[in-house]
Design a protein around this ligand. Structure first.
Ligand code: ATP
Ligand code: MG
Length: 393
């Protein structure tokens, strides 16, 4: 068991790439922390610095309060599970799982009992005498986990350990890993680019972008209170609708302008006074697809849009609307990342002025029809158009 502290951790590669940029986070004893972010944002590099496999350019890694920057990997008592777990093909499952212990010259009886316990935990008992080639992908993945578990380290570091599995096995394994970690109580830092995996597994989730920490919070908190437009866009499936608008404040009335529409915000709300200070400024407005309704009610504001596409997904339908508004600028977006690939629908190529709404499946829509969408004002998110920071946090 261990607590881990990363302080101002930075990695500058010799070619000038700043892969990790002033990254600070504290991971508490027994916590399951997920590092998530698009491809190339520095997740693996950060994890390798914690493991002692990558030299630290500046900043510190501490385990249980002791700085380990100069402690070699072997001395850090961490077990790492990589994306490409290479099992030894000529060894049995038992030998594979026990290998690290044998190298450490543990006695044979102790090795056997640890391997048996790990196999039991991972449901591999009946496969101990097989070789990796005789196992399914999920079983092989569990053997790779087994090799980490038998070590009983202070800290687990896992780098996309499920990425080689098909979608169904991945869902099963992520639940098993989360449950196992909970049972063992070993502090774990788990890397993924899949936000669904992050949200379902992590006690807390740290969102990274371009080497820098964007926000670290519980999954629920990230979803409800994203600190900036990048996190808002990255977390949630289907993603938050985001578009540009101008703020106008006249005689105590605050309104939002985009395309040919004007939305008057009810006065007296704290967000109205926050926005009134931004008279004339451009902001980004966000609304989650599930917060959009088709009928007016207390506290909602109307948005006109045209039906573009209807996707029925069993119990609910996802409606794509066209909205006359400038889409969020590309450099603030997180879409196009690999994390989008296994999300529910055809959202991969998201066009900015498109609005998605999740509605009951029986709602009838004709493509091309103009409709009024209704969004509760308190469900709207507002971001600074220049910095992407949340205004109503
Ligand atoms: N040895 C290296 N030399 C130079 N640049 C590197 C090196 N290793 C990684 N990088 C760069 O550092 C950045 C972060 O890479 P890293 O592998 O940490 O990303 P990642 O978040 O793990 O991405 P992925 O989700 O694709 O695995 C990338 O821009 C990458 O090209
Ligand atoms: Mg990586």
């Amino acid at each position: 068991m261990a607590y881990v502290s990363l302080q101002n951790l930075t990695k500058l590669f010799p070619n000038g790439t700043k892969a990790v940029d002033d990254f600070s986070i504290d991971v508490s004893d027994g916590e399951f922390l997920v590092l998530v972010g698009p491809s190339g944002c520095g997740k693996t590099t950060a994890l390798r610095m914690v493991a002692g496999l990558e030299e630290i350019s500046s900043g510190t890694v501490s385990i249980d309060g002791a700085v380990v920057n100069n402690v070699p990997s072997r001395g850090r008592d961490v077990a790492m599970v990589f994306q490409s777990y290479a099992l030894y093909p000529h060894m049995t499952v038992r030998q594979n799982i026990g290998y690290a212990l044998k190298v450490r010259k543990m006695n044979r009886g102790e090795i056997a009992s640890r391997v048996d316990a790990a196999a039991e935990m991972l449901d591999l008992t009946s496969y101990l005498n097989r070789r990796p080639a005789q196992l399914s992908g999920g079983q092989r993945q569990r053997v790779a986990m087994g090799r980490a578990i038998v070590r009983e380290p202070k800290l687990y570091l896992m780098d996309e350990p499920l990425s080689n599995l098909d979608a169904k096995l991945r869902v099963q394994m992520r639940a098993e890993i989360a449950e196992l970690q909970d049972r063992l109580g070993v502090t774990t830092i788990y890397v993924t680019h899949d936000q669904v995996e992050a949200m379902t597994m992590g006690d807390r989730v740290a969102v990274m972008r371009l080497g820098a920490l964007q926000q670290v919070a519980s999954p629920q908190e990230l979803y409800e209170n994203p600190a900036n437009v990048f996190v808002a866009d990255f977390i949630g499936t289907p993603p938050m609708n985001l578009f540009h608008a101008h703020v106008r404040s006249e005689g105590g009335q605050v309104s939002l302008h985009f395309g040919t529409q004007t939305i008057a915000l009810p006065s007296g709300l704290s967000i109205a006074s926050m926005l009134s200070a931004r008279n004339g400024a451009e902001i980004i407005v966000g609304a989650r697809p599930e917060s959009i309704t088709l009928s007016e009610s207390q506290g909602t504001v109307p948005i006109r849009a045209q039906v573009k596409l209807v996707e029925v997904l069993g119990g609910s339908a996802l409606i794509h609307f066209l909205l006359e508004a400038r889409p969020m600028s590309q450099d603030l977006q997180s879409s196009g990342v690999e994390g989008a690939e296994d999300t529910a629908t055809s959202l991969g190529s998201r066009r900015g002025s498109e609005v998605l709404a999740t509605v009951p499946a029986q709602s009838a829509f004709r493509v091309g029809e103009q409709v009024a969408l209704h969004v509760p004002v308190e469900a709207l998110y507002f971001f600074d158009a220049m910095t992407g920071s949340r205004i109503n946090l």
